[in-house]
Design a protein around this ligand. Structure first.
Ligand SMILES: [Zn+2]
Length: 142
């Protein structure tokens, strides 16, 4: 691939790509958008800065990386080296997630969590996204 960006420009682009709009999140957002849902991204004024916020449905969605958020799946397995360090770090993350979820619920938001492993291939991503759509639609009909 030819280098179309200057070095500075490229690192700027890369930093944007990495920090925000991680791929699993994009999958969910694109799906919801295609189904006609409108949302806001990374809403800073809400606890935990939820990845996807649907004000009309009073729902927030977190898309969690299995490792960082300590999911009980194969992607959440801790490395053998420095295990104690990771255990501490990840249990802190989990504790923070729990507090943020409680806080959001107290504020009247419904909190949905999507795990990275639930989006790992096209078929299961579709299933997961469809589940979210159903939950949103259910919520509206009540
Ligand atoms: Zn997982």
């Amino acid at each position: 691939m030819s280098d179309i960006f200057s070095k500075a420009k490229r690192s700027e682009v890369m930093s944007k790509v990495k920090s925000i709009d991680t791929e699993p999140e994009m999958i969910v957002r694109k799906y919801l958008f295609a189904r006609g849902f409108r949302y806001r991204k990374h809403v800073k004024i809400l606890p935990g800065k939820p990845d996807i916020v649907l004000p009309k449905y009073k729902t927030v969605i977190f898309v969690h990386g299995c490792f960082w958020h300590g999911h009980d799946c194969k992607y959440g397995t801790l490395p053998q080296s420095g295990k104690a360090f990771w255990q501490k770090k990840i249990s802190q993350n989990r504790e923070r997630d729990k507090k943020q979820t409680e806080h959001l619920r107290q504020m009247g938001w419904r909190v949905l969590t999507v795990w990275q492993c639930e989006l790992k291939n096209k078929a299961c991503a579709e299933e997961t996204c469809e589940k979210i759509v159903r939950m949103l639609e259910e919520n509206m009909s009540k």
